[in-house]
Design a protein around this ligand. Structure first.
Ligand code: ADP
Ligand code: UDP
Length: 238
């Protein structure tokens, strides 16, 4: 499929139009940002590793009945995806307290959350992704009741699947963020699932293996992403 002009250049990925109406090329950059883009660096090979990790996870989810935008790999940094109208609501699922949950509610990082906990955020860099509830979703018309019901159920199902996926490689899935979009009238999982969008801790040592290494200047960011990818390939390879 031929790659045409840029549809959108984001902080970590670029979306290209294709000669097919229904598809986009999603290109994973090495650019790494945090704090609404205030902190920014190029981390060599990050895009490559994230593209590969996201592919393995989307394939795993598809095998388990989750409809995603993933079609196929085009090159090591590029995947063909179904073109979606993104619903501007970030769905976060948490199993262990960390990040903004810990800061907002004064819960020590690492405290287990008794059952998977779902939060919604309005996807807006300008407004710093404010936390919202379903009432905001309806008020602003971001999604209807069926769509948001589907997204929350699907997010919890994905959490169950991914907790196991990572537990099998000695990694704790602490939390993660999902984006959904409309494609041919159906809501499907879009964007990426990578160590940029999840918190992943080594089960035995508690070592942080995700983007918090970048946020907190802990070093070895790409090395940790490679460690995750290595474990995925060892367990779920080709
Ligand atoms: P950001 O927009 O936060 O800077 P990225 O750099 O990851 O983030 O850019 C990717 C953009 O592409 C995101 O805004 C995301 O919502 C959007 N996107 C992801 N998958 C699709 C898709 N299948 N169709 C249309 N847009 C998508
Ligand atoms: N997250 C993300 N994009 C965002 C906000 C959060 O991918 O714009 C992910 C983040 O990496 C973490 C989870 O969602 O895995 C929960 O993030 P949190 O609300 O704790 O925010 P943070 O402290 O990361 O700003």
């Amino acid at each position: 499929m031929e790659r045409k002009g840029i549809l959108y250049e984001g902080k970590a990925k670029t979306l290209y139009l294709t000669d097919g109406e229904d598809f986009l090329v999603q290109y994973f950059k090495d650019d790494t940002t945090a704090f609404d883009g205030m902190k920014k660096e190029q981390l060599e090979d990050k895009g490559l590793i994230n593209c590969a990790i996201s592919m393995k996870i989307f394939e795993f989810l598809e095998k388990n009945g989750v409809k995603t935008h993933f079609e196929k790999m085009l090159s090591p940094r590029e995947m063909l995806v179904k073109k979606c109208e993104i619903i501007p609501v970030e769905v976060v699922v948490r199993n262990v307290a960390a990040g903004s949950f810990s800061r907002r509610y004064g819960v020590k990082e690492g405290t287990p959350i008794k059952e998977p906990f779902l939060e919604l955020f309005y996807k807006s860099d300008e407004l710093h992704d404010p936390m919202v509830c379903v009432n905001h979703v309806f008020l602003f018309g971001w999604a209807d009741r069926d769509e948001i019901d589907f997204m929350t159920k699907e997010a919890l199902k994905i959490n169950n699947l991914l907790r196991n996926f990572f537990a099998n490689i000695d990694i704790v899935l602490v939390d993660f963020k999902l984006e959904f979009g409309r494609h041919n009238g159906k809501v499907i999982l879009a964007d990426e699932i990578t160590p940029d969008s999840c918190r992943l801790w080594d089960k035995s040592t508690g070592e942080v293996l995700d983007k918090d290494r970048f946020r907190k200047d802990m070093g070895n960011v790409v090395e940790s992403y490679k460690e995750i990818y290595g474990r995925i390939m060892e367990r779920y390879g080709e």
